[in-house]
Ligand binder design. Structure first.
Ligand code: DGL
Length: 267
């Protein structure tokens, strides 16, 4: 099985694409809705919550866990990979979303001026900056946190003028720096991609985050046949949440674009 972890609903935007690209695999999606949103929390808390969730997914039999949440990828992934994983599950793998998005942005960018928008925790972690600098020298990165967009998306305010105004404000400092490429570094922002594209303007290319993550995962599995061989492929999906499963299924269906049922688990 492949585990997909997110702080809540947002990772469903990523999972939707993963399933399109890799339809044969068995999946468990886990949303930690009880503790979401992660975006305003401390690094220590995000690390603790993420570690517990990944541990749970490994115990369910996942060989590979994708941390679909940008905030958890930014604040917990490296530490998990470097210390915890080696000690507890040396034969399993954890992947995040930052590296694939950085690679895609670096390829798209013509003038090396990349903008990143995300939650407060993602931006203050500097994870995108570090990864971009590791990946390609000479790129300039400009970031801005847009914490208000997560609750607006969860309220379904996708087409409201208030949401547009906030996107505009969020993009202004990045446009002032003449970015040519934009990373939507938060799961929820994918649902606002059309507005981001429009408001960023013709000169800015917006990375299609869910698609990129799904394609990079397919590429990873191809390059690692030893891991791929161990993953069950029965086209099954289980949706798990740490909060109310009915609420998860109702709102989650909007993120996923399909009906679903969910089960409650304790972490
Ligand atoms: N999933 C989070 C992310 O991609 C957004 C929601 C949250 O703050 O938990 O950063």
């Amino acid at each position: 099985m492949i585990g997909i972890f997110d702080s809540g609903f947002g990772g469903l935007t990523v999972f939707k694409e993963i399933r399109k690209v890799l339809p044969d695999y068995s999946y468990i999606y886990l949303g930690d809705n009880l503790r979401a949103p992660y975006g305003g929390r401390s690094q220590a808390s995000i690390y603790k919550f993420t570690q517990r969730a990944v541990d749970f997914l490994f115990k369910q039999g996942c060989q590979l866990v994708i941390i679909a949440c940008n905030t958890a990828s930014a604040e917990a992934l490296r530490k998990l990979q470097q210390n915890w994983l080696k000690e507890h599950y040396p034969d399993r793998r954890i992947l995040g979303v930052i590296r694939p998005l950085v690679e895609a942005a670096a390829l798209l960018s013509r003038f090396g001026r990349i903008g990143v928008v995300g939650t407060t925790a993602t931006v203050s972690s500097g994870a995108y900056i570090k990864e971009l600098q590791r990946h390609k020298s000479g790129v300039e990165i400009f970031q801005n946190a847009c914490p208000l967009l997560v609750p607006l998306v969860e309220e379904g305010w996708l087409d409201k003028p208030e949401t547009r105004m906030i996107i505009k404000r969020c993009l202004r400092p990045l446009k002032d720096r003449q970015i040519d490429t934009l990373i939507l570094g938060c799961t929820h922002y994918s649902l606002l991609k059309k507005e981001f594209v429009r408001l960023a303007g013709k000169r800015v290319q917006v990375v299609d985050a869910p698609r990129v993550i799904a394609e990079k995962l397919a590429d990873y599995l191809e390059r690692h046949p030893e891991i791929n061989a161990k993953i069950e492929k029965r086209k099954t999906v289980r949706y798990l949440t740490t909060d109310d499963p009915q609420k998860f299924a109702a709102l989650g269906s909007r993120f996923l674009g399909a009906l679903m049922t969910a089960e409650k688990i304790e972490l």
